[in-house]
Design a protein. Sequence first.
Length: 94
Amino acid sequence: MKRADLREKDKHKMKDTVLSSLEPELREYRINDGNNLHFVVSPKGNKRWELRYKKPSNLKQSWLGLGTYPEVSGKLARQKAEDARKLLSNGIDP
């Protein structure tokens, strides 16, 4: 499935069937799964999960890698992101 084929309503909380069918493009691209959790597809077809967050120490934006797909499913990535958000709410940089 090409990224352009995703409808706006399908972009949030994507199912594993959609994730596995996403095709690589010439440049790396990200799809927001909601709450700053992104699914990244590289030009070679590698797929991974990343969380965008602000570092508690200096408030600069950063990315936290949550694992590669399919080893880390959508459900597990959302749980890992929630765990990281709990740490951030306590001032701990995950």
